[in-house]
Write a protein that binds this ligand. Structure first.
Ligand code: NAI
Length: 327
């Protein structure tokens, strides 16, 4: 049988953690033949550490055959030791009266520390997914704080936006969501992201002419996907957790195990593709194979798409400039 791999998860006692850990431990992320050791990080605060103990008791009580070990940590330097996968979920939420700049600064602090810890102690092949918001900028900070690790090992989660877009298209066309391919979400995980179905197909048939409704694209589809997070908070009183955890599983599984030519969306450091400046952590359509992702090349960007991409890029550039002095 396979040797266990180490999976670090931060914010492990939070909402997303609760929806995520059991699925990792059951083999949904890395395969039903891959044992895992969970290295869980929470803040040193007694309440958080106690909550983490409770989650660990429940993980034990599931008796997952693939769960080869569970560790609780309050220090990233031990939590990330030799880790092969790191899901950075914990972040500083926006408190009442907190300005955007304060939020960016508080998170810059967290992700600088965690990036340095990954740099110092993680596996040299670690695959990092940042979920905690602002996810793209936090991933950028972690990447910049880990100069000895390849930049390509750092990614941000756009998969929830991708899955939300797929589900809206399935509803609009009346087709099964699993039949939709070649969907792309460009840019920032924020309402400015650009969900793009111009290349999408359903059972090989082009989606755009099937929908044939540009008014719907601009005035219903894009705002619905962009504001979905807010709609869930308004309805549930809490932010999306199960769907976010599901997207994290999808992202890591596809990165590790490959997509067989299917497109998925990942936030990755730009290599200059589509005029996005190098290193900007940007949502792109990618395919993955042998543990590596490749940005889908050669897509035509029309005037409306360029306008949308410019807008989300401007927001990201602004965020990343806002933290540069902290790096
Ligand atoms: P939560 O507040 O329920 O849990 C967060 C946990 O992280 C808490 O237990 C907290 O103690 C812990 N934490 C905070 N700072 C930490 C640190 N420095 N090290 C380790 N742990 C730390 O929040 P929830 O609902 O689980 O969401 C987590 C994050 O994910 C939020 O930032 C949220 O905005 C983001 N999110 C991102 C999505 C995406 O698509 N990229 C989708 C949904 C949520």
């Amino acid at each position: 049988s396979k040797k266990p791999v180490r999976v670090a998860v931060t914010g492990a006692a939070g909402q997303i953690g609760y929806a995520l850990l059991f699925r990792i431990a059951s083999g949904e992320m890395l395969g039903k033949d891959q044992p895992v050791i969970l290295q869980l990080l929470e803040i040193p605060d007694e309440k958080a550490q106690n909550a983490l103990k409770g989650v660990i008791m429940e993980l034990e009580d599931c008796a997952f055959p693939l769960l080869a070990g569970i560790e609780a940590h309050s220090d990233p330097m031990t939590a990330f030791k030799d880790t092969d996968y790191a899901l950075l979920v914990g972040a500083r939420p926006r408190g009442p009266g907190m300005e955007r700049a304060d939020l960016l600064a508080a998170n810059a602090q967290i992700f600088t520390v965690q990036g340095k810890a990954l740099n110092a102690v993680a596996s040299r092949n670690v695959k990092v997914l940042v979920v905690g918001n602002p996810a793209n900028t936090n991933a950028y900070i972690a990447m910049k704080s880990a100069p000895d690790l390849p930049a390509k090992n750092f990614t941000a989660m756009l998969r929830l936006d991708h899955n939300r877009a797929a589900s809206q298209i399935a509803a609009k066309t009346g087709k099964p969501v699993g039949s939709i391919e070649k969907l792309a979400v460009w840019g920032n995980h924020s309402p400015t992201m650009y969900a793009d179905y111009r290349f999408a197909t359903i059972d090989g048939q082009a989606v755009k002419p099937l929908i044939n409704d540009e008014e719907w694209n601009r005035n219903t589809f894009l705002p619905t996907v962009g504001k979905r997070g807010a709609a869930i908070i308004a309805a549930r009183g809490l932010s999306s957790a199960a769907s976010a955890a599901n997207a994290a599983i999808d992202h890591m599984r596809d990165w590790a195990l490959g997509t067989n030519g299917k497109w998925v969306t990942m936030g990755v450091p730009s290599d200059g593709s589509y005029g996005i400046p190098k290193d900007v952590m940007f949502g792109f359509p990618v395919t993955t194979e042998n543990g590596e992702y490749k940005i889908v090349q050669g897509l035509e960007i029309d005037a409306f798409s360029q306008e949308c991409i410019n807008k989300t890029l401007a927001e990201l550039t602004d965020e990343q400039n806002g933290v540069k002095h902290l790096l």
